[in-house]
Design a protein. Sequence first.
Length: 139
Amino acid sequence: MLTAPTPAVRYILGGAAVLFLLYAVRTLSRHLTLVELSDAGVRAIGPFGATLKWCDLKGMDLRYFSTRHDRGRGWMQLRLKSETGKLALDSGLDDFAKVARRAAAELSARGVVLTPATRANLVVLGPGWNRHESSIGHG
């Protein structure tokens, strides 16, 4: 503590400081971002905001990340892709399930096939994403 750290220790501590700084910026930007759902699309208003129109939506990916081996706890992440850009949302968002179900319904109505993992995660979010919900597990 009373001496100057060696160059190797400086690099390790400097790298850790950069990682913590990036995490802090990411956390702050998420807290400053407001997500707005409408009949036209979904919009993130904030530092790294984006607007995706439902008519331009090309795909989605809904993933579950577990914090335990028994998959008892965790969070979901929704990634939406369109002609104009991408938008990533996590399940900490209010009305996350509503946004995910709406995106899935829009894609399903246009005949876009969702991945088996995305369909399985939509089942966990509950009914209401597809007119043909009996076919959720097939395909």
